[in-house]
Design a protein around this ligand. Structure first.
Ligand code: GLN
Length: 486
């Protein structure tokens, strides 16, 4: 099969199940595609590990004990710890680190039969919106290598868009699944906070971090999400006690009468005209499918930026204190005493953005500033969540852009972190509220770069989001477009 690498997860799983192709053949094809590491998307590949897993899949298929995704390759964002591959979280401080265990998400996808193709580049500790904060170099966008792939799951998005792997995992704290999916023209979903276990996902901001799948269609995302989710109460106390659903089962529901809320704050001044045009045309498609567009308001949208950029660094400053040269990864070579060792290790091991956030976080939590910043931010966070509940009285799902613009050029914001922060405006609100959100291709904008549309659902409404996305993808072909040469 010469087009193996272009097959969807759904089609690959079917070809494997019906023995048209073997897991070893599939793995071999994708391993060959990762040769030379296109787009600098991968941080670790080990063909022996991958092929050993693939052989075990073939044995299961032969024995009739195959899982639902048996033999389908997946690659993991490098914030998921893995026993068989190095895990760095894009940081020098964890260079060469090997975990003694697999993250729950990694383990569950293995149990469903997926073959691990390797680990994917990302912003250091998932802090960033362009993948330019990786200690292992930037990732390029498969649609135009002069542009960023988005972040922080930039390696995941680029690898899926370039057909280096049919699906990948990502993590989303403030948009890191949705925004790179949008920038690379693929589909991604961040489920309700707590749906997927955070066990073995290196913590950035624990009250926001969530794992999710990135693939080329909602149909494929549904398959992965069903395998990834589910309670893990002994290992992640914030994991929800709700059984994983079969998200594929609900994919053919009618959209007739679906009320899609259009928040006016998502279509204001900062939104670039090309993005607006693409999102508007996707919304017209929804109307054709029977949905009704309902104007709504999310009045504190703008406040989500300062609120997020207080809460996330606050949590990061605490979470990252464990990287001190004692237990994990890098340790400075020359030091005079323990405190000196901590200082030098952290000064050498962390990049600038991570240091900036640790300092911001320590500051907003410090005595005398806590009430003015951290506590205040927590209060507004609650109001943002309440705004969504008010909105959901009038609509079933919310739609808007994922980001104000298409992918910018590499280096364009490199010395302007605030520009990156501001571009998170449309993804942060759902993160702060813990709501599920997804990104799906909605056409193309400036420089021919992909535009993503965001769908936000109420708690536990992933099935509804995936169905809405799937119906649009059945009626349009935005998600089938691919970069030149792929
Ligand atoms: N861009 C946001 C940040 O830099 C979101 C990152 C994420 O979701 N991990 O924090």
């Amino acid at each position: 099969m010469s087009d193996l690498h272009t097959l969807s997860v759904t089609a690959l799983a079917e070809s494997l199940r019906s023995k048209q192709v073997s897991a070893v053949e599939v793995a071999t094809r994708f391993l060959a595609r990762t040769g030379g590491n296109p787009h600098n998307a991968f941080l670790d590949i080990d063909s022996e590990v991958t092929l050993t897993q693939a052989r075990a899949c073939d044995a299961k298929i032969a024995a009739g004990t195959a899982g639902p995704l048996e033999g389908v390759p997946v690659a993991h964002k490098d914030v998921f710890v893995t026993r068989d591959f190095a895990t760095t979280a894009g940081s020098k401080i964890l260079q060469g680190y090997r975990s003694p265990f697999d993250a729950t998400v990694v383990q569950r996808l293995r149990e469903a039969g997926m073959v691990t193709l390797g680990k994917l580049n990302c912003d250091e500790f998932a802090m960033g919106s362009a993948n330019e904060n990786s200690a292992y170099g930037a990732v390029t966008n498969p649609w135009d290598m002069a542009h960023v792939p988005g972040g922080s799951s930039g390696g995941s998005a680029a690898a899926v868009a370039a057909r280096l792997v049919p699906a990948a995992t990502g993590t989303d704290t403030g948009g890191s699944i949705r925004q790179p999916a949008s920038f690379c023209g693929i589909t991604g979903i961040k489920p309700t906070y707590g749906r997927a276990s955070r066990y073995g996902m290196i913590a950035y901001a624990s009250s926001l971090d969530q794992a999710g799948p990135m693939a080329r269609s909602a149909e494929d995302c549904a398959l992965l999400l069903s395998a990834m989710c589910g309670p893990d109460l002994d290992r992640d106390s914030t994991s929800l006690d709700r059984p994983a659903e079969d998200f594929s089962a609900g994919l053919n529901g009618s959209l007739d009468g679906l009320r899609i809320g259009i928040p006016k704050e998502f279509f204001g001044e900062g939104l670039h005209a090309d993005v607006r045009a693409a999102v508007d045309s996707a919304l017209r498609e929804y109307e054709k499918l029977g949905a009704k567009l309902v104007p709504i308001s999310l009045p504190r949208t703008e406040l989500s930026i300062p609120v997020y950029y207080i809460i996330a660094p606050a949590e990061a400053s605490s979470n990252l204190s464990r990287f001190d040269g004692v237990k994990f990864g890098h340790r400075a070579k020359d030091y005079v005493d323990l405190v000196d060792m901590y200082k030098k290790t952290r000064a050498e091991g962390f990049g600038n953005e991570v240091k900036r956030r640790i300092m911001t976080g320590a500051y907003v939590l410090s005595h005398g500033y806590y009430d003015a910043y951290y506590l205040q931010a927590q209060k507004i966070r609650r109001m943002i969540a309440d705004d969504f509940q008010n909105a959901f009285k009038e609509c079933d799902v919310i739609a808007g852009p994922v980001a104000p613009s298409v992918a910018w050029k590499l280096g364009e914001n490199a010395n302007d972190p605030v520009a990156d922060y501001l571009a998170d405006i449309f993804t942060l609100p759902a993160s702060l509220a813990g709501l599920p959100g997804m990104s799906l291709p909605a056409g193309f904008g400036a420089h021919g770069m992909p535009v993503g549309m965001q769908l936000i659902g109420n708690y536990f409404q992933e099935a509804q989001l995936l169905n809405a996305a799937h119906r649009l993808q059945q009626a349009t072909d935005f998600h089938l477009q691919k970069p030149v040469g792929v």
